[in-house]
Write a protein that binds this ligand. Structure first.
Ligand code: CP
Length: 329
């Protein structure tokens, strides 16, 4: 158990681990390569305390007076609203720009100018953008922390953190697991970030996808050099029986240039109760959501289906991150 410290008014205990040293105070959160195992242990301990706080009190004033600018150039339900909820449950407030069409972006304002503008009015910026590397480029213009909420087909680091936290909370362990990633592994930024984090825990990674949506070669090579055991399959049946975590992704229509190509692969894999009959009784089924057809509604009541709990874990992880980058954890 981590040592703890009580916040002044709420009585909620926050961990004082080795990384409770303010290392992330003022830092940008851009990619999962920023995190060590020690960092992750600390973030998850803070997230657990956030969960306890929400369950007991609903909200505290840890970030009272702080403002988050939520800047989304791409659609979002979970990431956008969970950052809003996270900030408000910590006593802060939010400038929501969820539809840049109605901002000065529609007049041709550049990304650097837009983030520099929002920096004048806020303490932290959350950015989702369709271009890979956009978060890192925007961060170069900022003095205040920027959190990458998904950059094109690049990374989605806060999703990967919440995915890993979900696995820890559901299975009680992160080491030596067999994780099977299914669906759109080419464009799916969530699997790119999660695969990199799982490297830290000796995971065996299975990739199951249509031929045109295979995991990028560069990422496979990167993980190979780090000693990660990886296997590629066309059929889920070949990987499912030994799987501890099945991570399903949506085939993203918006990433395809040719609609006919999307139609060919959109329903390549559909998880049904019959599929899960072949899986371990204590495995976990995850999905970053939104889903289209890839998991049948009939699966939702299976206790192994963790995707709705996964969204809630995201709230606690994002509360932890906001507290850390704003110097309050
Ligand atoms: N998982 C995720 O990023 O969902 P949203 O696109 O709704 O934010």
């Amino acid at each position: 158990m981590p040592r703890t410290n009580r916040t002044e008014k709420s009585g909620v205990r926050l961990p004082l681990g080795e990384r409770g040293d303010g290392r992330f105070y003022g830092a940008h959160i851009l990619a999962v390569s920023q995190f060590t195992r020690t960092d992750l242990t600390y973030i998850f301990a803070v997230a657990q305390e956030m969960r306890t706080m929400v369950e007991r009190l609903g909200a505290i004033d840890l970030l009272r007076g702080k403002i988050l600018a939520n800047l989304f150039y791409e659609p979002s339900t979970r990431t956008s609203s969970s950052f809003t909820a996270a900030m408000e449950r910590l006593g802060g407030s939010v400038i929501p720009i969820n539809e840049v069409r109605y901002s000065s972006v529609s007049k041709g304002e550049s990304l650097p100018d837009t983030v520099r503008t929002l920096e004048c009015y806020s303490d932290v910026i959350v950015l989702r953008h369709p271009e890979t590397g956009a978060a890192a480029r925007a961060a170069e213009f900022l003095r205040k922390p920027l959190i990458n909420a998904g950059d094109g087909t690049g990374e989605h680091p806060t999703q990967a953190l919440l995915d890993l936290f979900t696995i820890q909370e559901e299975l009680g362990n992160l080491d030596g697991l067999t994780v099977t990633m299914l669906g759109d592994l080419r464009y799916g930024r969530t699997v790119h970030s999660l695969a990199r984090l799982l490297r830290l825990y000796g995971a065996r990674l299975n990739y199951v996808s249509p031929e045109i949506l295979r995991m990028p070669r560069a990422l496979i090579d990167e993980l190979d050099q780090a000693g990660v055991e990886q296997h590629e399959y066309a059929e889920l049946d070949d990987a499912l029986p030994t799987t501890d975590v099945l991570y399903v992704t949506r085939v993203q229509k918006e990433r395809f240039e040719a609609p006919a190509e999307y139609d060919l692969v959109k329903d390549a894999y559909i998880i049904t109760p019959e599929t899960l009959a072949q899986a371990k009784p204590d495995m976990v089924l995850m999905h970053p959501l939104p889903r289209v057809n890839e998991i049948a509604l009939a699966v939702d009541n299976d206790p192994r289906a963790a995707y709705f709990r996964q969204m809630e874990y995201g709230l606690y992880v994002r509360m932890a991150l906001l507290a850390m980058v704003l110097g309050k954890a």
